[in-house]
Design a protein around this ligand. Structure first.
Ligand code: SF4
Length: 103
């Protein structure tokens, strides 16, 4: 049995599918920030905050990590977005010299 899809049904289906597709694209993990990236190097980014060179980066305090930085919007573990490094994910356990406390 053949069923014809009306133009209205097609429009409704596409209006639901398009935002869902965009959302799924945004939810997929971005590329991880490479610590060798020039901007990352300039800001002292490391994936493990315990490995920060305190001579080069004296501002670093023991409790500072990306996970508790105001610019980080990811989960408490793993990787997530940082507004300084658009389009890349930083490590929740990482750190850079732009670190700022969450409000
Ligand atoms: S700005 Fe904050 S979240 Fe982004 S890399 Fe630096 S410490 Fe991590």
């Amino acid at each position: 049995m053949k069923k014809n899809i009306s133009r209205r049904q097609l429009l409704i289906a596409s209006s639901v599918a398009a935002p869902a597709l965009l959302l799924s694209t945004r939810l997929s993990a971005a590329e991880k920030l490479d610590h060798a990236d020039p901007q990352a190097k300039a800001l002292g980014y490391v994936e493990n905050a315990e490995h920060v060179d305190s001579v080069l980066w004296p501002k670093k305090k023991p409790d500072q990590t990306c996970a508790n930085c105001a610019l980080y919007t990811g989960a408490a573990t793993g990787y997530g977005p940082c507004s300084i490094f658009a389009g890349k994910d930083v490590a929740a356990a990482g750190w850079c010299n732009v670190w700022a406390p969450k409000p």
